[in-house]
Design a protein. Structure first.
Length: 302
């Protein structure tokens, strides 16, 4: 039995959080005129173009499983399978990472690795690899945290198409809430519905020069509101289960099932290795501390 592990925030001070099981979808088909923004549009403040009068159509969109695969494939060439062995990320200077972009320099890394039954020192030294279940559990916890943080920053998050939602989740997953908060112009543009301006601000950032094609894909999805280029879709997507459970099977024989949490203040998922029946639970909570409000992940394995 592995005990519950969380980040070191004040978990007793919770505020309500809900995570929708699926994003909103829109009707229509992709427009091919007018470039990525779907039209010309006028000039906005500071030379930033405004959204065109006729918004591009907003199909096709992404399923919840495709959204997760999109983020994972942006983080790792192995996608949702992740890299079981420690590797340097693309930061300058690089951070030792494992799985799907799990940064071993983060303060809660030792506790979270212990929670999934891994030895932090051995993983960091490269003498222990993660299992598929451990990789999926850490990814699910961080993905849900990124969703929670995106919903906190963007008051219109649930009204956005899934293509725009996944851009914000992807950036939050990659940057973390602290660095993402520095994208003030992008945040303001999304919150005011000027998605073309948001895309331009993203492309003009230092982050865009660091992540390359990832930023270009995100810029297209933000301005278009849809996945118009088939090359922007994830290649390997989990297989959803039938019925209304909302679960899916992930690489390595990992079954992920949303449980809904035990109150409005959390969102819980169960992950299990189908072969060995090892089970993990991930929970996302919103935490209020002396420096502000954050979202944190708790993990319990048995």
């Amino acid at each position: 039995m592995v005990v519950l592990a969380t980040v070191s925030f004040l978990l007793s001070l919770l505020t309500a959080i809900t995570i929708a099981p699926a994003p909103a979808f829109a009707e229509g088909t992709c427009s091919t005129s007018g470039g990525p923004g779907g039209g010309g549009g006028g000039g906005g403040p500071g030379g930033i173009p405004e959204d065109p009068d006729a918004d591009p159509s907003q199909e096709p969109q992404l399923t919840p499983e495709e959204m997760q695969a999109y983020v994972a494939e942006n983080e790792s060439p192995y996608g949702l399978s992740g890299n079981p062995h420690v590797y340097p990320d693309t930061a300058v200077p690089p951070h030792p990472s494992v799985g799907v972009g799990f940064n071993l320099d983060r303060l809660d890394a030792p506790a979270l690795l212990a929670a999934v039954g891994a030895n932090y020192a051995a993983v960091r030294a490269g003498t222990q690899d993660l299992t598929p279940l451990q990789i999926s559990t850490l990814f699910q916890a961080d993905y849900r945290t990124a969703v929670a943080n995106a919903r906190r920053v963007f008051r219109n998050f649930d009204l956005l198409t899934s293509a725009r939602q996944v851009v914000l989740i992807d950036m939050m997953y990659n940057l973390g809430p602290g660095k993402f908060a520095e994208f003030k112009a992008t945040i303001n543009a999304v919150n005011t519905g000027n998605f073309l301006a948001a895309s331009v601000h993203m492309q003009n950032s230092k982050w865009a020069t660091q992540v390359g094609n990832r930023a270009k894909k995100n810029g297209r999805l933000m301005s278009q509101g849809a996945v118009c280029d088939p090359r922007d879709r994830p290649r390997h997507v989990p297989v959803p289960h039938g019925g209304g459970g909302g679960g899916a099977t992930y690489p390595g024989g990992i079954e992920v099932t949303p449980l809904g949490g035990n109150s409005q203040s959390d969102f819980e998922m169960m992950l299990r290795n189908i072969a060995s029946e090892v089970r993990c639970y991930t929970m996302t909570v919103t935490v209020t501390g002396p420096d502000g409000t954050y979202s944190a992940s708790a993990i319990h394995c048995e």
